[in-house]
Design a protein around this ligand. Sequence first.
Ligand SMILES: [Fe+2]
Length: 243
Amino acid sequence: MPGFVDLHCHILPGLDDGAVDVGDSLAMARRAAADGIETICATPHIRADHDVRIEQLPERVETLNAALAHAGIAVTVVTGGELGAERFPMLSDDELRAISLGGGGRWILLEPRPGPMDDALEETVEALHARGFRAVIAHPERHAGADAAERLAAVVRRGALVQATVEFLYEGGAAPVLAAWAGAGLVHLVGSDAHTSRAGRPAAVSRGLGALLAVPAVSPHIDWVARDGPRAVVAGEDVTPPF
Ligand SMILES: [Fe+2]
């Protein structure tokens, strides 16, 4: 079932700690296309330790799309960003719109502060909401304290969606934890969080979707997780998960 969206990918070349050059970006896109991905959100780190100029992002995405077309790779890259929670208060509404997933103007991929999720995450989700945006929580498995499920439930009640890293859905100690969270309605979307074609997590989502298909509460809604949900997010629509 093709037509996937990768909501979290560091595919823009030479920008953050993602793709090192255009060749690397094209290799990531080829891998994504082979996996059935049609759309990739370019989500460079918006964080103090990376010099990413938000105003340059549309042109960088356009340049990469031209290179993809030239190489005959049937993937479209759209704008986005992975916003470090601590950086959020410094951004204007225009800047938030510019890094919204797909440029849809609504959904912000929010990276929790380092360490376990705490009250600050809920406060940031609420503050985003107050400014007309909604949060997609990035890789919660990397911020899992003892009360992680309760923390996630709290932000989901406030209208946030949760994005799991694909690789951790099928590999390592986080997989059963993520399956349990998904079963409780606390994982809605996936992203590769790929950084390069040369090592680490591939720019692919299908194996993670397969793992979610095995979660009984999610399996009837797998088309929503794979396509309808992420497409609505990049379109900037108001999304309510069906599970
Ligand atoms: Fe990331």
